[in-house]
Design a protein around this ligand. Structure first.
Ligand SMILES: CC(C)(C)CCc1c(C(=O)O)[nH]c(=O)[nH]c1=O
Length: 310
């Protein structure tokens, strides 16, 4: 069986790779992904300048998932651009995630990426902050349109967006109406579920320091939301916009479910943070076994073929 797939002409040896965020901030971490069975290398969302991020503890794991309020710690845009030539050593695509602190920063970074031949694609993080006090860009449909309008005036590389999870069905329609107006290579569904709260009843305290303990939720807990977002956008978006699944993937079966909902590739975040790079070879093996048992030769044999009960 083959796990190979291609997104906007970018060919991935495996449809499994890392989610932006965990263990992809330094060159050493990115090299470890390059040396693993991950089908691509995706960097931590970059801002123009290097950032220390929020005070620790800013990440915490529970049996059902993770909570984080990292605050965009990263080495800065130029570092991840410079890494691109180093990524050439690995026979897999290098994808840069960007999350500017303003729309202008996003445009400036995208202009600087023009013609960069060692970068396979850009993942624009729409959970990027916008005007303080206003919703994040991904939850402000006019701001999303305004940003994509400016981005597509300057972008030359394949570009996709990382979407926050949506919950109210009209929101899917409203966001799909924006996304379908632009030649996106992909959308990645989903980012963490925002502003959850995990507490320790023994110490009667929150578990992370920033934002009074509020943080993005990842892991097992968010899989139903992630699958719903993958499925909904798969049915609503132009067929030339690939869906990348992200959220609650810790086994081959979880990856199989995302692909059944319509994902062309699957990202692994919380489980990668827990297990390290062995998760890519383990989940790929498990997915291959499931496909073998079911008689599927490749991803497209079952991609998007989720059955309804009517
Ligand atoms: C939440 C933001 C800091 C605005 C963006 C970066 C980010 C972070 C982070 O760096 O805190 N964590 C997530 O789970 N998703 C994200 O997109």
């Amino acid at each position: 069986v083959s796990l190979a797939t291609s997104i906007a002409g970018v060919s991935l040896s495996s449809c499994l790779y890392n989610a932006s965020g965990p263990l992809c901030t330094t060159a050493e971490e990115l090299d470890a992904i390059g040396n693993s069975e991950a089908g691509a290398i995706l960097s931590k969302s970059a801002t123009l300048e290097k950032r220390a991020g929020n005070p620790e503890p800013r990440y915490f794991e529970t049996p059902w998932g993770s909570i984080n309020s990292m605050g965009l710690p990263n080495e800065g845009f130029q570092y991840y651009l410079d890494y691109a030539s180093r990524a050439e050593a690995f026979a897999k695509p290098y994808i840069m995630s960007i999350s500017g602190l303003s729309h202008q920063d996003n445009v400036d970074m995208i202009k600087a990426l023009a013609g960069q031949k060692h970068i396979a694609a850009i993942e624009l993080n729409l959970s990027c902050p916008n005007v303080p006090g206003k919703p994040q860009t991904g939850y402000d449909f006019e701001q999303s349109r305004a940003l994509l309008q400016r981005v597509f005036e300057h972008v030359s590389l394949p570009l996709g967006v990382k979407l926050p999870p949506y919950f109210d069905l009209p929101h899917f329609d409203m966001m799909a109406a924006v996304l379908n107006d632009y030649p996106l290579a992909f959308v990645t569904c989903v980012n963490s579920i925002g502003n959850g709260l995990v507490i320790d009843p023994e110490s009667e305290s929150v578990v992370i320091k920033p934002k009074s303990g509020f943080g993005g939720i990842g892991g097992d807990f968010i899989k139903p939301t992630a699958l719903a977002n993958v499925r909904k956008f798969y049915t609503l978006l132009n067929k030339d916009i690939a869906i990348i699944g992200c959220g609650g993937v810790k086994s081959g079966l979880d990856a199989f479910e995302h692909i059944l909902c319509g994902a062309s590739a699957v990202q692994i975040g919380t489980q990668f943070m827990r297990e390290g790079t062995t998760c890519f070879s383990r989940i790929a093996r498990e997915l291959g076994e499931i496909m073998q048992q079911k008689g599927y030769a490749d991803i497209t044999s079952f991609q998007g073929k989720l059955r309804s009960l009517d």
